[in-house]
Design a protein around this ligand. Structure first.
Ligand code: WT7
Length: 635
């Protein structure tokens, strides 16, 4: 993106799309479509949905008679896998690549055409069915970044089972809580996963978690690292053994689903208590991910699309697996991380596979920036045509580095704001939208966002407030699985008629949105969403800890880092060793991403008179900022 003249007067630093970008773009007139969608929301989405295949068409596009329990494509029958795989088998896409995978060490490469994808997914689907899993049953998937994680998700969807992917970086407690809450019948895992040359013992973690999960009847184990693992007779099954069974053939019918039938649940951290199971459905989520990827990243059959997220997060669900495959593009899945063994690893992958669109997180860009420009300069990155970012606000320095060093000033930077709950991009440019570094620009077609104050009054331009959404959208969460009440309270109660995002933001005079950060007790560590409550409960599970508080503070690379305050039980004395032990304790229980930056021992935690920890006060103190309203603080 070059900073050039101004077709339209806008304030601040603006980067306009080049003529070449505009010439290439499928959608040139953003305003016209935005206007059309604004005038006729249902018409817009009906048109989008019509580009996909349905076993039976809908009777009604949107049913909002029981708000906030919105329904989309009511009465329609489909299956997301029918559109992600089956429909492509009738076209030239059949023999195009659906997935390219490269191993962390770069020595292995596996590719799957849509035809091959159908075979692999069908085989896994048949195996899962043979284990007694049927429509509506939950399956927990806890794996590394290998092609089988994609097969597993799609196999569940194909037979109508509900997948619940747990990020492979989580550990025993997080996994156990999620298996238990979802009452999964089956767990699909790997013997282990490679991470920066070391092995994460996934199967051992599953074994530990299952000691407390009575609902699980079977475990399928995909061999990846080849080390010895315990296999419990009758419960645990090697995937490669099962592939030899006659039932594991490449033909499996795709279940006809109601548009509103559950597709998956995905746990995410909220303000309080345990993680919430966000529920997405076959029909609406399918249309939302399809349409957003099509317009926002303008994907086509020539693209090599690479989203660097883990499939275990919503970004991976929507934009490694479902969105790309529904669009029939080739999606890259890379097993490793950006800097192992050297900080050129991602640039190497881009060059090797001719990646055309690259979508990553600000934290990764900041991390790679630190290693200097010489690493990307060793590689031919000229295949790139678009860049994207997601997960947290991108600081203008990182944006500019990304634009100049990676995009060579010719690739628009698509800053996409969205959430696990939204399922799809919500505030985002398309390639033809003028950009301002650090802003996700404007709401996607059919959406209306508004910044409001505490009372719900629209805030003036350039004033910080709560970000809310006014219109329903097809990929919206339908509920918190098993807890409708919490769904209503969490998202729809603070401002009736509006979806509360949990973010604070500003809107500028050009209508561009600037996200500031979470206003609830969610910490974003390297773009990963963690709840203070989860970190605190991991800490108090240690015998030395009486009470604990966790907060997020700014961090140069991670965006935010976890800082904790601990009150010890009598008989335990503060020491650097104990602090270290507690950090490790959290990492062991929750996963390495949750390891606190530091542990401070305190005699007292600031609390309200009703006994709630005032994290806001801790945060202000730690940063030397004013403590704000402390009238509710106890003596
Ligand atoms: C939260 C949602 C769905 C994407 C992965 C994260 C923050 C997300 C941006 C962005 C500024 C962003 C928000 C949001 N966030 N994208 N482009 N600019 N902030 O999904 O884990 O559900 O987290 O991530 O705070 O509420 P998530």
């Amino acid at each position: 993106m070059a900073k050039t003249g101004k077709p339209k007067q806008m304030e601040g630093e603006v980067y306009y799309p080049s003529e070449q970008v505009i010439a290439q773009a499928r959608l040139k007139d953003w305003d016209a479509l935005a206007e059309k969608a604004e005038k006729d929301l249902e018409g817009f989405w009906a048109e989008e949905a019509s580009e996909l295949e349905w076993f039976k068409k809908w009777d009604k596009v949107l049913d909002d008679s029981n708000k906030p329990f919105y329904k989309w494509f009511v009465g329609a029958k489909t299956n997301i896998v029918h559109n992600a795989i089956d429909r492509h088998l009738k076209t030239h896409r059949k023999n195009q690549l659906a997935l390219i995978w490269e191993s962390e060490d770069g020595k292995e490469e596996r590719t799957f055409s849509y035809y091959a994808m159908n075979r692999e997914v069908s085989r896994m689907a048949n195996i899962i069915k043979a284990m007694g899993v049927s429509k509506g049953d939950r399956v927990t998937i806890y794996m590394g970044r290998v092609p089988e994680i994609v097969f597993a998700m799609l196999a569940c969807a194909k037979i109508g089972a509900i997948h619940s992917v747990v990020f492979g970086g989580f550990s025993v407690d997080s996994l156990q809580g999620r298996i238990e809450d979802s009452r999964s019948k089956l767990v699909i895992t790997c013997d282990g996963a490679y991470q920066n040359g070391k092995i994460v013992e996934l199967k051992a973690i599953v074994d530990e978690a299952l000691k407390r999960c009575p609902t699980v009847e079977n475990v399928i184990v995909v061999k990846r690292v080849g080390q010895q693992v315990g296999m419990e007779a009758g419960r645990d099954h090697w995937y490669h053994d099962m592939l030899n069974l006659p039932i594991a053939n490449g033909k499996c019918p795709t279940e006809e689903m109601d548009a509103e039938d559950p597709l998956f649940i995905l746990y995410t951290s909220g303000s309080t208590g345990k993680p919430k199971a966000i529920l997405h459905t076959h029909g609406g989520y399918m249309v939302g991910t399809y349409s957003t990827l099509k317009y926002v990243f303008d994907v086509n059959d020539m693209d090599r699309w690479w989203c660097t997220a883990d499939p275990g997060w919503i970004t991976g669900h929507s934009y490694i697996v479902y969105g790309p495959m529904i669009n029939g593009v080739t999606s890259m899945l890379f097993e490793g991380g950006p800097a192992y063994p050297y900080p050129n690893r991602w640039w190497q992958v881009i060059e090797r596979f001719g990646i055309t669109i690259f979508y990553t997180a600000p934290t990764a860009i900041r991390g790679l920036m630190r290693f200097g420009e010489s690493w990307p300069q060793k590689h031919d990155l000229s295949s790139l045509r678009l860049l994207g970012t997601v997960g947290e606000p991108i600081n203008p320095e990182a944006w500019k580095w990304y634009n100049r060093v990676i995009g060579k000033e010719k690739c628009p930077i698509i800053d996409t704001w969205w959430q696990t709950e939204t399922g799809m991009f919500m505030i985002t440019p398309t390639p033809v939208v003028p950009l301002k570094p650090g802003s996700g620009t404007r709401p996607f077609f059919g959406q209306k966002a508004e910044i409001v104050d505490e009372q719900g009054n629209p805030a003036p331009d350039d004033t910080e407030g709560y970000l809310t959404l006014l219109k329903p959208w097809p990929a919206m969460l339908r509920t918190i699985y098993g807890d409708d009440e919490r769904y209503v309270n969490q998202y729809w109660s603070k401002y009736p008629g509006r979806y509360t995002t949990g973010d604070s933001a500003k809107r500028d005079k050009d209508g561009y949105f600037w996200i500031i950060g979470r206003v609830d007790d969610v910490i974003k560590v390297s773009g990963h969403r963690l709840g203070t409550a989860e970190v605190e409960s991991a800490l108090v599970s240690h015998p030395a800890v009486a009470e604990a508080a966790a907060i997020g503070l700014p961090h140069d690379v991670k965006g935010q880092a976890i800082h904790t305050f601990v009150l010890l039980r009598t008989g335990h004395a503060p020491s650097p060793e104990l602090a270290e032990e507690l950090r490790q304790h959290v990492a062991t229980h929750m996963g390495p991403i949750a390891r606190p930056e530091d542990v401070k021992f305190v005699d007292k935690l600031p609390k309200t008179r009703s006994g709630k920890i005032m994290r806001r006060v801790l945060k202000a103190r730690a940063q030397g900022l004013p403590e704000g309203d402390i009238s509710t603080l106890e003596e």
